[in-house]
Ligand binder design. Sequence first.
Ligand SMILES: [Zn+2]
Length: 199
Amino acid sequence: MKKQPRLTARVLAAQIIRAALALRAQRVLPGTLGNISARVDAARIVITPSSRPYETMRAQDLPIVALADGAVTGPFPPSVETLMHLAIYRARPDVAAIVHTHAPAATALACLGMPLPVQLDEVEYYVGGAVQLAAHAPAGSAALAANVLAALGPRHAALMAAHGLVAVAPNLARAMQIAEAVEHAAHVFLMTLQVSARR
Ligand SMILES: [Zn+2]
């Protein structure tokens, strides 16, 4: 297989903004919630800034964060969930993009404290197994980063209790597909739960 050429931080930042706008259109990033990042090289990631509207975001607004010590370069502070992103990149060399959404069906399951089983084959295909639930911890905390890492294991998505969904992949396009597929499967699972409760 041909190796993909390495993209510059600015090109990755532009891709991240396009992805964020697509997720806004899917109604899974309410307000300025959620965050997206990509690995620039062995030492750095680029990530959405904290609490800034996606619609007016420019590629140069996205901070670059050092993997080793979290040092930030850029005009705005990085996402509040930067610790979680850094922990995943450090632990998972196969991951080069992370998408964190507040997609409603996945978040509903996460609020109910329920993992998403492999009810549809596509969950196995996209995630590599059931989507496990990370225990609750405050947003942005090291505890939440550790809980998400444990729930991910070697898989490609995890639910975050009373919070949302995280999808990880070798590239941004795949992370987007995983986030969308998990939300769809979570929606179907919730519908089946509603019908079986009435039988
Ligand atoms: Zn969040």
